[in-house]
Design a protein around this ligand. Structure first.
Ligand code: 6PG
Length: 243
């Protein structure tokens, strides 16, 4: 599977273009499928994409969209560190997604209980499938090549049949999290990595140069959906990525 690379001049232009792509590339499927599963990324980069999505999404069949998260911090849903809280403010409060379609990771339960609850909710949504088959997964990437809450060297990267995992990490606060597994992320039809800033350029260059070798070092290189798109701004784009 060859990755597609989309390079944008700056983070603001990227946010507008990625939001436009999400809407235009999925408008038909969201109507036809009646249940479109969208996984939101956490962190700070996607916030502007969500804000633009909310502004431009008139006429999009949000009633058919089911929202999930790639990961969540083990904090209250109104905590400043909550990935749910960020998405709720930037997107969910602005568009008509039925509340029952919002599948929040209940981080406030603690990592183990929250992961078990999310696992159960995912398996209920995807029935007896061997892997979840999300329609579109949005992901960020840290400067160390982590994605969701999958950090290099962490036990959560061990082969597992689980789709949702408790994570303890010292790599990025807060310490306790819940994350989708690499296998669960890789079952997706399409995954967009949204990466901006020069601090991520070196790792991104390694991943794009030799994805297989990079997967041994960087969890972000271990996500293998059917269609993989790197959405990067000029600051994060390696020289090899044409302008
Ligand atoms: C999290 C995120 C994490 C994030 C990267 C990039 O919960 O921390 O899921 O994987 O996407 O750390 O974060 P920024 O977008 O803030 O650079």
């Amino acid at each position: 599977m060859r990755a597609e690379i989309r390079r944008y001049s700056d983070a603001e232009y990227l946010a507008h273009e990625v939001a436009a792509s999400i809407l235009s590339e999925n408008a038909r499927r969201v109507v036809d499928q009646a249940r479109f599963s969208l996984v939101l990324a956490g962190g700070t980069t996607p916030r502007r994409v969500y804000e633009v999505l909310a502004q431009r999404a008139t006429g999009f069949a949000w009633r058919n969209v089911h929202v999930f998260w790639g990961d969540e911090r083990c904090v209250a849903p109104d905590h400043p560190d909550s990935n749910y809280a960020m998405a709720k403010k930037a997107l969910l409060d602005q568009v008509p997604i039925p509340p029952a379609n919002v599948h929040r990771i209940r981080g406030e339960l603690g990592a183990a209980a929250a992961a078990d609850a999310y696992e159960q909710e995912l398996r209920g949504f995807f029935g007896g499938a061997r892997e979840p088959s999300f329609d579109l997964v949005l992901l960020g990437m840290g400067e160390d090549g982590h994605t969701a809450s999958l950090f290099s060297g962490n036990a959560a990267l061990a082969p597992t049949s689980r789709w949702a995992l408790p994570v303890e990490t010292e790599a990025k606060a807060p310490r306790w999290r819940v994350s989708l597994s690499l296998a669960a992320l890789s079952g997706a039809t399409t995954a967009y990595f949204i990466v901006t800033g020069s601090g991520k350029r070196a790792v991104l260059a390694d991943i794009l140069r030799d994805p297989e070798a990079a997967a041994l070092r960087y969890p972000a290189a271990g996500v293998h959906p059917r269609h993989l798109v790197w959405c990067v701004d000029a600051a994060a784009a390696p020289e090899t990525v044409s302008r």
